[in-house]
Structures are given as C-alpha cells and as structure tokens.
Design a protein around this ligand. Sequence first.
Ligand code: TRP
Ligand code: SF4
Length: 347
Amino acid sequence: MAESQQSGGAGKRPRRVVSGMRPTGQLHLGHLLGALRGWVELQDEAECLFFIADWHALTTGYEDTSNVAASGREMLADWLAAGLDPEKAVLFRQSAVKEHAELHLLLSMIVPTPWLIRNPTIKEQARELGLIQGDDEAEMNQINYGLLGYPILQSADVLIYRATQVPVGVDQVPHLELMREVARRFNRLYRKVFPEPKHLLTESPKIPGTDGRKMSKSYGNAVFLSDSAEQVEKKLGRMITDPRRARRTDPGDPADCPAFNLHRVYCTEDEIATVTEGCKTAGIGCLDCKKIMIKHVNAELEPIRERRAELVDKPGYLGEVLEAGNAKAREVAQSTMVDVRNAMGLE
Ligand code: TRP
Ligand code: SF4
C-alpha cells in the first residue's frame, strides 16, 4: 500500500483505518486485487473498521431497492471468504449506525455547494447513468440531492471514527481531498474534533475485465470470487489479448495485452520472462500463455471458494457478525457525536 503524500510520519502513530464498499452483490477479481487483499493485510497492522455502504448504494440505485440487503450479505460472505476476520476488524453495515446520518446532516451545513459540484466523480457517475451527456453545467440539475451529497456522507463515514487512513482506489482520491477540507473547516469553525484522514492507495495495477474494459458486474466481463475453477478457466481463456496476435504465428507485445495485467500480478519472474519472450517471438500461443496465469488465479481463489461454500451453510453466522460489528461501530460513533454536538453547541 502506498501512502498519500500528506502522510509525513503517520506510519509510526497508532492508526485507525476505515473503508467501505457499496454492496454490488458478488465481488470479483477487481475488488480482491484493488481492495480486499489490502484490507486483509491492514487488519493485522491497525485498528480497522470496514462497512457495507448500503446508503451509498441508494444514491444511484434508489428505484429498485429489492437487492440491497441480499447484496450486502453476499458481499460480507465474500469479505470473510477472502480473509477478513471479525475478530480482527470491525465489520458492519452503514445503515445500522444512524449516527452516520446525523453527522452527514451536520456536515452538510458547512460544505459550500461548489465543493460538490466541482467533484469530478459526480459527473462521471452521472454520465455513466445517462443523466448527463457532456460536461454541461446546466445538465447538472438532473442529479439528485443525495448523489450530490455522496462525498459528505462519505466524509461522515470516515470522520465519525476519527480515522487516520482510508484505503481506496485512485478514483476516490478527490473524495478524500474533499473529506480533509470538510474536517479542516469543521475544526476551524468550532473546535478540533477530527484528524485529517489520508488515503492509502493500492499498489496493484488496474485489472481489466475479460473484454479489456474496466472489470464490472454490469459489463458482464467479471471473474467472480465465487466462480468455479472451470468458469475461471473459461472466462480467462477467452480474455482479450494483444489484437496483433490475430493468428498464432503473429508476434505481439505483452504491454498491449489486457490479459497480461493478470500475469503481472500473479506470475513469477521466470514465468513473466518466458511469456514475454514467447509473445514477442510468437513462440507461445495466447491460450497456453494465459493458462500459466490462470493456474495462479485458481490457486488463490480455491480457498476463498471453499470458505464461501462453508459460509453459505451457516446463514445465521453472517447476521451475528454484523450484529457484533454494528454494536462496536456504534459505540465509537456515539462517542464522537457527543464531541461533535458539544463543539457545535447542540449538547
Ligand atoms: N465511495 C466508495 C466507493 O465507491 C465507497 C465508500 C463509501 C467509502 N463510504 C466510504 C470508501 C468511506 C472509503 C471510506 O468505492
Ligand atoms: Fe497476451 Fe500472452 Fe497472448 Fe502475448 S501471448 S498477447 S501476453 S496472452
């Protein structure tokens, strides 16, 4: 994990880590490599709180809410299967800790709207949802109040635990910057209640989906943690490669091959050298080349798959994990809110 520029000597101080994921159902390789692996490491190094961001899911998925609860449970099963341990990290559900909503409301009083309107992720999201076409400011009025306030809710999620570090993907860096501005503004207006949280960036490169686009459930290009070994082999066997290798005899370049991003993550140095040589000289076929990497992917997924299957047999267990996590999170959140209300003259 690479720490953000602002980190200074923060590595030595006691750390409290907070992060969340919107419940999108079954998690895929992108989640594992981009976030979960890092979270699993962090739970041994710092006090960690990880939550299911179900309110955030509603900022875009408010029309059909029938899947929110089930998706949250699926995601929790994946978290546990991937190695998150409720004995080490607090695992909870955002909507079970109502204090997030109270802090969101109070912070919304001190956030100037231009901070939200200039947020680059909102336009991107709105564009993806088809709410806006171009870059037109006038079209921003298609965006709901809740979606506009997304980063304020996210700020509340983190600040309420006085977190010092937040592991996120690069796309979330603008939200972390905004979060620090919100904390600074609160501390200056009232009194110092919040540390300014730093982002922890995952070092792993972006993992494309099987079609070369960003891996996403909605694109149908994802390899899920719960996929069988055969499914993984089939999906990755068909994954797009360097288009110059249209025929087996055409040489290619791993640098232009989406599948090679997975080799980079999973293969040994020797394998990388063999593959690179074989690709550039057309000495190896793409399927054989991918098989070298698929073997490693399946080796990592196998124990995750097994643990997940065990969890599915214990439906009550997931509920217990959340109940316990919710209670622990609530305790910390409530104590911060006493300070917040005092600082704002509300207690
Ligand atoms: N916005 C994050 C994402 O889409 C999810 C999230 C919500 C989050 N609240 C958070 C991440 C607080 C870190 C901290 O990935
Ligand atoms: Fe990609 Fe390997 Fe095919 Fe080269 S040989 S294009 S690295 S799959």
